[in-house]
Write a protein that binds this ligand. Structure first.
Ligand code: 3PY
Ligand code: MG
Length: 251
């Protein structure tokens, strides 16, 4: 029986995703087998390139988790390519205007909702569907989430949320704290951010959109769930390895 990330997120049950930057597809599989319901492969700040990201998506599927990717800023062509390679959810950083949101969202949807180009053979294989089955479900099952992480994006939030082709937003608390303090502070877990994040989730839910957020620790994950976020990151592979090294050295 197929289960789709989009259905889970729309049902309101929170999904926790591991976050992979280390360009090791087997780590994505380990996160999946370790119990993360989804794995996000990061091509913005991670070391992944297109080929290694494709392997990480397959490894995530092999481990039984949902497949998410974050693309580099403005690389909507890569969003389409990674959707073809089986990403069920595309996260685009630094979406600051309605225009940004429209071009990103349309890259992820087939006509009439967008301009995505055909052919998703790997995506169909990974989801256990024929190409035609995949085509029929693709626009509702392939999600586009626009990152809200600047003052400009907050100012344009109503406009961004009004884009019909866009499935939701995803908050980047680090960039947000830098932008909101006009470069004075990096404070992703601070009070000022927490209030803004709560307001973003509330607006998104009211607009009928999905809301996701990047979290640094379990307390922030719990807070995010209470604020109404449904896709929440927790745990980065580089920190897992770094913590293990620190532990080993301490011993
Ligand atoms: C941010 O916090 O700015 C992010 O983009 C999360 O990686
Ligand atoms: Mg960011």
């Amino acid at each position: 029986e197929q289960s789709f990330l989009a259905d889970k997120l729309r049902s309101g049950k929170p999904v926790i995703t591991g976050w992979s930057v280390l360009c090791v597809p087997m780590i994505a599989e380990m996160m999946a087998r370790g119990g993360y319901e989804a794995v996000t492969v990061d091509l913005q700040h991670g070391m992944y390139d297109f080929a290694s990201a494709c392997e990480a998506l397959a490894a995530t599927a092999l481990g039984g988790a949902h497949r998410i990717v974050r693309i580099p800023i403005g690389d909507n062509a890569l969003a389409g390519r990674l959707a073809d390679m089986g990403a069920e959810c595309l996260i685009a950083p630094m979406i600051n205007s309605r225009e940004d949101a429209v071009s990103f969202a349309r890259a992820v949807k087939y006509p009439p909702d967008g301009d995505r180009s055909w052919s998703p053979f790997r995506a169909a294989m990974l989801s256990g569907q024929t190409m035609e089955e995949y085509r029929k479900g693709a626009n509702s099952q392939t999600l586009s989430l626009a990152m809200i992480e600047t003052q400009e994006a907050i100012d344009a939030l109503d406009d961004i949320l009004s884009v019909p082709e866009l499935d939701g937003v995803f908050v980047g608390p680090s960039d947000l704290s830098i932008s909101l303090s006009n470069g004075a502070r990096l404070d992703p877990n601070g009070e000022a951010n927490a209030k803004v994040c709560a307001a973003i989730a509330e607006k998104a839910v009211k607009a009928g959109k999905l809301a996701g957020i990047f979290c640094m620790n379990a307390d922030k994950v719990k807070e995010a769930i209470q604020q109404g976020f449904c896709l929440i990151s927790h745990g980065i592979d580089r920190s897992f390895v770094g913590d293990a090294i620190a532990n080993a050295r301490r011993e």
